[in-house]
Ligand binder design. Structure first.
Ligand code: PLP
Length: 376
């Protein structure tokens, strides 16, 4: 009998999503509207925001582009981010007119190395984009301290970490600017989607206008499923809003988000428990207690990664590599960069194992048996 392949990612959508969708389609207001607003309110509630603002967008890539333009990043400005990042971030910096400056990471959490970041700061540096890889916090306080010392903005890429807490507080509920992704494979999906969290009201309003063609009055009318025919365009504009249909999917997901995060946490814990005795691989450096994980990533030593990938494939288990460091791509090969020793090293070791919300026990066991059998 053929075994069913276990994919790396698998959405957890149910009948509830279909019900929500058919209601929204019946109402017939498909563009940005009431549902978008409700999704923003639910994001705010989930992240326990107090005095902060949410702007929902069609992707996280556009969320970051808006955030960068909203704080004035433009021609010639430099933005520091790890090379070990989703290439979306480097593209967004370029779209804003800026130059990505690629920094190394730390072995302990695969987050930005602030000592090396400091060496990359120049007169042109405007912002730092740290990343909480795999939902595991980077050394956030060091990033904030560095930003303060050099008067830089911090835009936290929280795309892997919807619900991760540091010192009891959820990412996005404090700090400078944060953004999240709700794309097809993320912990919470709206098929495609994202959001920006802001604390400054003026920046919030500007970014809200920029999100939909720079129109000043339209957002508030659309939030009532109406249009404004009299408006000014008071800033540059994009078409980056989240529509009612996508927001509907997002709402159906956020209603179940605690259960989804908890179920992923339990898979991560089972994996780490099962693998921690294996000498030739390394599990993430966390007990997952306050972590909301998008992906579970091991490091495979002794140049055995491809063999392990092939072994798991034969057992019907898919794996992934997140990511190829961005400085290795031809388009970004000329970008400014610092010493990338750790990035280079871990790039050949990382391996993403399947992780789903409400993953089947049988699948979890197959992954555990698959990895452990490779080392027997
Ligand atoms: C998914 C992801 C993005 C891009 O998100 P989209 O919604 O697909 O645009 C950016 N950064 C990180 C770390 C991601 O994982």
């Amino acid at each position: 009998m053929m075994m069913k392949t276990i994919p790396v990612f698998s959405p957890d959508l149910g009948i509830d999503t279909i019900r929500h969708l058919s209601e929204t389609l019946e109402i017939g207001w498909l563009g940005m509207g009431k549902v978008t607003k409700e999704f923003e309110e639910r994001i705010s509630e989930f992240l326990e925001l107090d005095g902060r603002f949410v702007v929902a967008t069609n992707t996280a890539t556009s969320a970051l582009h808006l955030a960068l333009r909203g704080i004035g990043v433009g021609e010639g400005d430099e933005v520091i981010t790890p090379s070990f990042n989703c290439v979306a971030d480097q593209h967004a910096i370029k779209m804003a007119g800026g130059e990505p400056v690629m920094c190394d990471i730390l072995e302990e959490n695969l987050g930005i190395d602030c000592k090396k970041a400091e060496e990359l700061i120049s007169e042109k540096t405007k912002a730092i984009i740290p990343l909480h890889y795999g939902g595991i916090p980077c050394n956030q306080k060091e990033v904030f301290d560095l930003a303060k010392k050099y008067n830089l903005r911090v835009i936290e890429d929280c795309c892997h970490a919807f619900g991760t807490r540091i010192n009891g507080k959820k990412l996005g509920s404090y700090g400078d600017i944060a953004f999240f992704s709700f794309d097809a494979v993320k912990t919470l999906t709206s098929i495609d989607g994202g959001c920006i969290i802001l604390k400054n009201k003026e920046e919030f309003e500007k970014i809200q206008h920029m999100r939909l063609l720079g129109m000043d009055k339209d957002t508030l009318e659309r939030y009532k499923n109406k249009r404004s025919w009299v408006y000014d365009v008071d800033t540059e504009g994009y078409r980056y809003h989240l529509n009612n249909v996508m927001a509907t999917v997002g709402i159906s997901q956020i209603k179940r988000i605690d259960e989804m995060i908890e179920s992923r946490r339990s898979v991560c814990k089972s994996y780490s428990e099962a693998f921690k005795g294996l000498q030739k691989i390394e599990v993430p450096n966390t007990d997952f207690e306050n972590i909301s994980s998008f992906n579970y990533v091991i490091r495979v030593y002794d140049n055995k990664r491809q063999d392990l990938i092939d072994h798991l494939k034969l057992l019907g288990i898919e794996t992934g590599i997140h990511w190829t460091p961005v400085h290795k791509f031809s388009y970004f090969s000329e970008s400014k960069k610092g010493d990338l020793t750790i990035t280079e090293k871990i790039a050949d070791e990382i391996l993403t194992l399947p992780l789903h919300s409400n993953m089947k026990q049988e699948s979890i066991q197959r992954v555990i048996d698959g990895v452990t059998s490779f080392y027997k």
